[in-house]
Write a protein that binds this ligand. Structure first.
Ligand SMILES: Cc1cc2nc3c(=O)[nH]c(=O)nc-3n(C[C@H](O)[C@H](O)[C@H](O)COP(=O)(O)OP(=O)(O)OC[C@H]3O[C@@H](n4cnc5c(N)ncnc54)[C@H](O)[C@@H]3O)c2cc1C
Ligand SMILES: NC(=O)c1ccc[n+]([C@@H]2O[C@H](COP(=O)([O-])OP(=O)(O)OC[C@H]3O[C@@H](n4cnc5c(N)ncnc54)[C@H](O)[C@@H]3O)[C@@H](O)[C@H]2O)c1
Length: 448
């Protein structure tokens, strides 16, 4: 039986960060994954999604500038766009594996399952390790309704060879909004079904209202307070039975994509045998990202029950803390700066820090700077259908409590706020930056 100092389970963003760091420190390290190396972000999430969104976004920009200096007929070719996307995803597994081998990391391609607190089955092989790192990510939550087997997941959507005439997305969260914008701009009719009263409920709702308005203008039908009763196959498509505020109804659709959230991926691990405690939100860890029940085990990223949002930069960030604690036995308590997050719609919705609701709940004394900026120079030159912001500033000490944007390149501008907040700057400091002009970021000084 092979023995390692560290066995990393999951070759995604968090796993790669941990394995490389441990090997660099001279620890005998192995990594395993049940799927091709690369994880969700590089193969089935952020990266392929962004390549597709960038393509249709450019198309949208051209459409908005027709008669304003641009002319001609530009179309989105889904097959070609998917081919371009593949040029990013296809090389990832091999490149990653080569990188691990170069770093002296042993590589396995098998699901890991605990046999006892320090021994694991990796397919045909049994290995033991001093420290075991669980970074197995998350998987789509399963729909609990008859006909759920007819739905596809975000993984499947990102591999579609063609888009049908009508697509239904279940869930009014990140994935549905991003994919709905992609599909609507590619020519499909789109419906989003959300069972709650608000979509994207963790975002600043005034900004979400703006996004909902432009989504509807793009032809996206958004149904709130709406429950899926049943899905049945009808020829080459599906019939979705719904119950909503207007009573019962049916929807004929070519495809149903279920994006109703993601749950920690612990299914194959046999955590009981490893004495690894876990709950609904994932593996229970202490402030050092160490299992609360088996001290050999550490966890990070989407599978770990931490304060960090299930996002790529957070998985990598936690991976660095985890490695430090594993190498120097629990010296770095994980703490999080404000975490920026973006919904990559067209235009994007971006947020960092507290929403107004959270500021109120915390009893903070704050002022709100908010404006519809479509008529600003940057809004006009982008021919923006939405460009708005809401910034919360503490009345007590002038600090920036939260910043929320919707509009062109909001995904870039939000990083200026994130850096300023991490650096502890006051709102007035943003006004004293010298920022290159004319850029979207230069508007920050008017927002603070
Ligand atoms: C469609 C989509 C779009 C997204 N877009 C963004 C975005 O734009 N920005 C952003 O910040 N985040 C985005 N995310 C979230 C982001 O992808 C995740 O937060 C991130 O990938 C988590 O990294 P991780 O290392 O924890 O897990 P993962 O990257 O999921 O890696 C886990 C790995 O563990 C493997 N594994 C699971 N179980 C086992 C087992 N028993 N044995 C062996 N291997 C196992 C899996 O195969 C996988 O490769 C998106 C997610 C999705 C689904
Ligand atoms: N741009 C990004 O950073 C990005 C993009 C995609 C995914 N992600 C990550 O992946 C996670 C999962 O994304 P997601 O979009 O699947 O989840 P989500 O948590 O963003 O949204 C899920 C939505 O589905 C609704 N819902 C739940 N059950 C339902 C049901 N039965 N019928 C109808 N609606 C239902 C919820 O109320 C919620 O609004 C995100 O939380 C995020 O962490 C991030």
């Amino acid at each position: 039986m092979k023995k390692y100092d560290v066995l990393v389970i999951g070759a995604g963003m968090a796993g790669a960060a941990v394995a490389r760091k441990c090997a660099k420190k001279g620890l005998k390290t192995a990594i395993t994954d049940s799927r091709p190396y690369g994880g969700t972000c590089a193969l089935r999430g952020c990266d392929p999604k962004k390549v597709l969104i960038d393509g249709v976004s450019l198309h949208e920009q051209v459409q908005l500038h027709l008669g304003k200096g641009l002319t001609g007929d530009v179309k989105v070719n889904w097959q070609e766009l998917m081919g371009f996307k593949e040029t990013f995803t296809a090389p990832v597994p091999e490149n990653m594996e080569k990188g691990f081998e170069k770093a002296g990391i042993d590589t396995y391609h098998a699901p890991a399952a605990f046999l006892d607190e320090s021994t694991l089955q990796l397919g045909e092989e049994t290995v033991s390790a001093e420290k075991i790192v669980i970074v197995t990510g998350a998987r789509p939550r399963e729909l609990d309704a008859p006909g759920a087997e007819h739905t596809i997941t975000s993984d499947d959507f990102l591999n579609l060879e063609a888009l049908p005439e009508h697509i239904t997305f279940l869930g009014g969260g990140y994935i549905s909004f991003e994919f709905a914008h992609l599909a609507a701009r590619t020519g499909s009719r789109v419906t989003i079904i959300e069972h709650g009263s608000r979509p994207l409920k963790h975002f600043e709702q005034d900004m979400v209202d703006e996004l909902v308005r432009v989504s509807k203008e793009a032809g996206i039908d958004i149904r709130l307070n709406c429950q899926v009763q049943r899905i049945t196959q009808q020829g080459s498509g599906y019939e979705v039975c719904l119950e909503g505020e207007a009573g019962r109804g049916t929807l004929e659709t070519g495809l149903v994509v279920s994006a109703i959230g993601r749950v920690p991926e612990v299914g194959q691990l046999d955590l009981g045998k490893g004495n690894v405690r876990h709950g609904r939100k994932g593996i229970e860890v202490n402030e050092y990202l160490q299992s609360t029940s088996n001290p050999r085990v550490y966890a990070a990223g989407d599978v770990a029950d931490t304060e960090g949002l299930p996002l790529t930069p957070v998985a990598v960030y936690e991976g660095h803390f985890l490695s430090a604690n594993l190498i120097k036995s629990n010296t770095k308590k994980v703490n999080y700066p404000e975490i920026p997050t973006v919904v990559f719609t067209i235009p994007s919705l971006a947020s960092v820090g507290l929403t107004e609701r959270q500021a109120k709940e915390q009893g903070l004394d704050y002022k709100v700077n908010t404006h519809d900026a479509r008529q600003w120079f940057n809004g006009r030159r982008h021919r923006a259908h939405a460009y708005a912001y809401k910034v919360l500033v503490s009345k007590t000490d002038g600090s920036i409590l939260g910043a929320h944007l919707v509009g062109p390149q909001a995904e870039e501008t939000i990083n200026v706020f994130a850096v300023a907040m991490k650096a502890g700057m006051k709102a007035r400091d943003l006004k004293s930056f010298l920022l290159s002009y004319p850029t979207m970021a230069s508007d920050v000084s008017y927002m603070a």
